[in-house]
Write a protein that binds this ligand. Sequence first.
Ligand code: ADP
Ligand code: MG
Length: 635
Amino acid sequence: MGRIRILSDEVANKIAAGEVVERPASVVKELLENSLDAGASELRVEVSGGGRRLIRVRDDGGGMLRDDAMLAFERHATSKLSGAKDLLSIATLGFRGEALPSIASVSRLVLETRAREEPTGTRVEIAGTKMLRSEEAALAPGTQVTVRDLFYNVPARRKFLRSEQTELAHIASLVTHYSLAHPERTFLLTSDAKELLNVTPVEKLRDRVYQVFGSRVLEELVDLGVRERALELPSEEPASRIFRLRGFISRPQVQKLNRNSIFLFVNRRLIRDRLLLHAISSAYYNLIPPACFPFALLFLECDCEEVDVNVHPSKTEVRFRRQSFVHDFVRDALREALIESRPVSSIPLPARPQPAAELPYSEFSQRVENQSWPEAPSEIPPEAEEALPELSLHPPGPPVPRLDFSAGAISLDEPTLRLHVPDTHAGFPPEAVAEPSASLSELGELRPLGQIYDSFILAVGRDGLWILDQHVAHERVLFEKILIERAAGSVEMQQLLMPLIIQLTPAQQVDYSRIAGELHALGFETEPFGHRTIAVKAAPAGIGAADTEKVIFEILEIAEQELRKTSLDDLRRGIAASIACRAAIKINTRLDQGKIEWLLKSLAATGCPMSCPHGRPIALRYSLRDILKGFHRIS
Ligand code: ADP
Ligand code: MG
């Protein structure tokens, strides 16, 4: 007898379940996708115990016919595909016919469904692949799936679940993001009878973002509008295909330490994709520091034939037919939007103390946070908890320095001690208090007041006070100048009085020979000078002889990192940033009025005046509203 055996259905189902159902949120995802495929306009999700005890998804979609309700639990039973060629252009979210049997095999599941065209519905009860009951039932059209005791029969899987709060946060994040992808539908999420999300149909994505995150978050985002690019197909019909991108991305001052705030949808399917992540990073290259990530909510739409979604059992990965086209389209679209918006950082306010946790920021995440949690025995020590998916936008970084009197002898906490602030001045006109969208186009009109510490330029604008970092401002000006001159082949060089001899390591020697041409184009005249040694005869204008050696080493280091993973374009930008940094006005440098005015004007003329080539902000603005808030004139 041979050694190979066919696995029983029970085992095969559990294997498939392991791929499809990783955690409670995966169940929610599959059920939501089914409801969306069924054309539901209202989706209600109810969970209990972070989804371990109960997950129930109810929809008002097309429902299932009696016979289909039973068939749906067979593996690979689907109404969404008929032949292999359909796999080439999948327009539904589901297509593998694996979700229902997989979920049923690791839980106690009840399906209640009624198709519009049948007078009554069907109730099917299943526990771990055993069909317990199937009966006719009086039901409203639509479908409700109730999943209890997830992984009750797979202890190994149960062990890997995180705390109820973490699992709930994953579910909440998922439902929220699906609701963002479908603004025209109603979504409701309750957890242990508490409402976490309740959004009614709206016309625009922007309105949905507002419903979910609130106005404060919206202020920190750039609306992409609709951006399109046509892919020309020389030998096919039709001759071109349109790729469309919509969504919101954060202004460069919002910097996240991980990718948890990036949500990508391709044809309204939530996915993870390295190609798109890379496109996003490239768009923010030189705008935010290299180790940081933005918030992004992107919806890419394209012809179904341009993207293969049948890559992974949980359907969270895709493969694009034309990868570099998609990558460059997304990168350019984001970059354009960022540059058009010319956002400016506002000075963080010494506001009322923020809770230590990062999460509560939008009303929505506040609700998630406010839930009370039963003491669930968690097998995983708290420090091993993974990061919650972030629903908030909060620039990380050092805490805002604020005057803290709490440790002192005087405490104003007693309500009786709180003094009334007399309103001795007339109110401000409401338009002064309204937050105009801060824009760097105001830069050209700023009136300089002077410098702080010979390092930061202070200036007055139409609406408030501005502080600019003179070094990074000049760095931005030079960076763009160098790139423009490089493109025109006219980088300014200056001859060194004496050639500078630089000794290289073997690795540096290799990098040097690869980038020598680019170095020359950017203003360094170098030539080999014996064994692992080069002579530098000229350097870009503005770089002192003393700095030349440092820049060269810096550039070789960039070359070592960049050549492995990025394009020549990125390398060129890296080198230009390095030169700009060395040549820029230093901090602790006194500037006269004329020089300050020149700097502000030149900065205003740059394409991207919001941050330096290394991603640090250039200007901070203290708006009138911030000032009023700071003086407690408005709240
Ligand atoms: P898939 O979605 O890949 O087809 P599933 O196992 O998720 O596979 O679902 C199997 C089938 O059950 C679907 O093809 C669909 O016909 C039916 N179905 C599942 N959920 C619903 C629902 N909420 N409303 C209507 N039909 C559904
Ligand atoms: Mg499905």
